[in-house]
Design a protein around this ligand. Structure first.
Ligand SMILES: Nc1ncnc2c1ncn2[C@@H]1O[C@H](COP(=O)(O)OP(=O)(O)OP(=O)(O)O)[C@@H](O)[C@H]1O
Ligand SMILES: [Mg+2]
Length: 359
């Protein structure tokens, strides 16, 4: 044998050059590298990311492989196994739903901009990537998630705890299930109680993400949500029309005032892809949300086309990300879901003090 032996510390040193672009720290100081094995010239290890929906997973895998191959003498082969474990944000222990790591609120100022569509597709997409996901339809006045995520089941009560419905791999609960025949009286205190019950009285089990679809505006439901549980962050859905965006700003400020971090803005119905010629038409002059996000210093999470297929699949009860995962619209929604997950990861590391940072 010639040359010095391959050691774990040499491999770790090489891996310190691999940075997580969102957390802006290297994967070694983030403690992402696990289960290292060195057998002859072959090095294998796990890189344990903060979400299975990580958009830069493949890039990190390749960078890790190259770093070890290029910088540790004697290495012939590198096997990188990408794993993920969703972390919790540093939030107070009180008020937490046991087992639920992150709560993501989806809101908008205006009705009909596609909040429920985005919430359902983000939830389904995160679940498809391997995360455990719940979806709570908190729209007491017009619950639509049970239609978009159609399931044969109804929630059951076992030992005085509500069991959520399983819809396409997502645990689902809707205020629609609770309001039954009397939607008009779900106001004020009743709405408040119903939402609290949906959060705390449901057996959510272990969840990486609980996505909450809010009614439009900045009403009582938002306040009840933020007062009942620690919300990891909020996603604002907006359309390119200025009016929609203006009103969304109010929602944005409301979250800021209640100290809910903003995960970012998604522009929905951003542009139109002609189903006949495939041409792209920017009917409302798209891009307003991206500009608004930039000027506010809030992440921009993506733009979703106005696509009849999105509505068709929603109406049929199966979100487009599951029904036609390879379509352009599904890819745009999945990409946005990945960005949401990235921002949630950033929240989890928000107040962890920097340890060793090596550039
Ligand atoms: N990108 C899109 N392309 C085509 N249709 C869409 C798109 N997004 C949403 N829709 C359709 O627009 C309608 C309104 O969407 P959705 O119910 O998701 O909006 P909302 O903001 O939740 O509304 P509300 O304020 O009533 O809760 C639905 O019929 C939905 O299928
Ligand atoms: Mg809705």
């Amino acid at each position: 044998m010639s040359g010095a032996a391959i050691t774990e510390s040499k491999v770790l040193d090489a891996l310190r050059s691999v940075m997580d672009p969102d957390l802006r720290r290297d994967i070694v100081s983030l403690n992402f590298v696990r289960n290292m094995k060195i057998e002859g010239g072959t090095v294998s290890f796990d890189v344990n990311l903060t979400t299975p929906a990580c958009p830069v997973k493949d890039r990190l895998r390749e960078q890790s492989r190259r770093a070890v191959l290029d910088h540790v003498p004697g290495v012939k082969d590198v096997l990188v196994n990408m794993t993920a474990e969703v972390r919790r944000p540093p939030a107070p222990e009180t008020g937490r739903i046991r087992g639920v790591k992150n709560i993501i609120a989806v809101g908008s100022g205006k009705g009909g901009v596609g909040k429920s569509t985005v919430a359902a597709n983000v939830a389904a997409s995160l679940a498809r990537s391997g995360a455990t996901v719940g979806l709570l339809d908190a729209d007491i006045y017009g619950p639509s998630i049970p239609i978009m995520m159609r399931s044969q089941d109804e929630p059951e009560i076992k030992d005085q705890v509500i069991q959520p419905v399983n819809a396409h791999g997502v645990k689902l609960m809707s205020m629609g299930y609770m309001s039954g025949e009397m939607p008009l009286i779900w106001r004020g205190p009743m709405a408040h109680k119903a939402l609290q019950q949906s959060l705390l009285g449901v057996n959510w089990g272990e969840l990486d993400y609980l996505v909450v679809d809010l009614p439009p505006g900045t009403g009582d439901v938002h306040l009840t949500l933020v007062q009942t549980v620690p919300v990891t962050g909020a996603v604002i859905v907006s359309t390119p029309q200025d009016v929609g965006l203006q009103i969304s700003m109010k929602t944005l400020r409301m979250f800021q005032q209640t100290k809910v971090p903003l995960l970012g803005i998604i522009e929905n119905m951003s542009y139109y892809i002609c189903p006949h010629c495939g041409g792209r038409d920017e009917i409302f002059g798209h891009g307003g949300a991206a500009l608004a996000a930039e000027s506010l210093g809030v992440p921009f999470l993506g733009e979703i086309p106005l696509d009849p297929a999105i509505r068709k699949h929603s109406d049929a009860g199966l979100p487009v990300v599951l029904a036609e995962p390879e379509s352009a619209s599904a890819r745009a929604l999945a990409e946005a879901a990945g960005k949401v997950a990235q921002q949630v990861s950033i929240q989890a590391f928000r107040s962890i003090p920097l340890t060793i940072v090596e550039e």
